[in-house]
Design a protein around this ligand. Structure first.
Ligand SMILES: [Zn+2]
Length: 281
């Protein structure tokens, strides 16, 4: 279990499960001859990805950023998405010694199933919140789009699950950039979805940022390596360039939501390029 001691706060990487998506879709415009040098495709052209959830401990607050795809998929879906079942968010939390009841805030970048579905578990025939005492925060625009099915892929959202969650926990709907807790802010990135958001924690003189799908893996630091799933590709391109330049200039620690081999990195400018370096505190 990887942890970052930020002085006033601690960040814990919680593996929420590995899965596989088509490599072509993950890198959009980039030809396979280029991306296959960096990411190995399986016999179905899929590459390995992880759902990296982040636990932030600050005082009495236990904050969870994203919840992965959860545990409720059929064998057919598990095969289709190459879900390996080795890690679950529930198992990772238990390994970190944190009870699900202790989570005070769940903040979601967006509501695609690989970020949201881990919020809910199956109890007898019903869906129950895994974090019953947590306020669940999401952008109102994302919530509205998810319920209306405004998406490049309809299967990305599960509206009946959103209703099940909202019935059972306290929701906090955000209208743009906002402070979630002292030191923890949400910022809208757009790009991947209209109201997709990232999170920034200031603690102990450090800045830790979780940009979500704005830069899902270290490979996506390259300007044109963007997902074909993005609703607003040009926004992804421009916002990402702005973000990486700022992250490098300010020395932010950036946590990756889907990188299978790294939890977080620093961004360093190397000539015209931005590259990821291991974090040493
Ligand atoms: Zn995702």
């Amino acid at each position: 279990m990887r942890t970052l001691d930020l002085g006033d706060a601690e960040a814990v990487h919680l593996p929420g499960g590995d899965f596989r998506l088509d490599g072509g879709t993950m890198f959009g415009l980039v030809p396979k001859v280029l991306w296959q040098r960096a990411a190995t495709a399986d016999e179905h052209n899929r590459i390995r990805l992880s759902c990296n959830c982040l636990l932030l401990k600050a005082g009495r607050e236990f904050v969870l950023l994203d919840t992965g795809f959860g545990e409720r998929f059929s064998p057919r879906e598990r095969t289709m998405y190459g879900m390996d079942g080795e890690h679950t968010l529930r198992g990772s939390l238990a390994a970190a010694g944190v009870a699900t009841e202790d989570i005070t805030l769940v903040a979601l970048t967006h509501l695609h199933f690989d970020h949201f579905s881990g919020c809910l578990v199956e109890e007898s025939t019903d869906l129950a919140p895994l974090f019953p005492n947590a306020v669940h925060a999401v952008q109102r625009g994302e919530w509205d789009d998810a319920l209306a099915g405004r998406s490049t892929m309809r299967s990305s959202y599960r509206p009946e699950e959103l209703h099940a969650l909202a019935r059972q926990v306290e929701m906090r709907f955000l209208d743009g950039d906002d402070e979630l807790l002292p030191g923890l802010t949400a910022f809208v990135t757009g790009g991947h979805t209209r109201a997709h958001q990232g999170f920034r924690l200031e603690a102990g003189g450090h800045t830790l940022v979780y940009p979500g799908e704005l830069i899902p893996t270290r490979l996506h630091l390259r300007p044109y390596w963007n997902m074909a799933y993005d609703m607003f590709p040009y926004q992804s391109l421009t916002r990402k360039q702005q973000f990486t330049a700022e992250a490098a200039a300010q020395g932010w620690i950036v946590a990756w939501d889907h990188d299978p081999d790294a939890s977080w990195s620093r961004i360093v400018q190397d000539g015209e390029h931005f590259v990821a370096r291991d974090v040493e505190l």
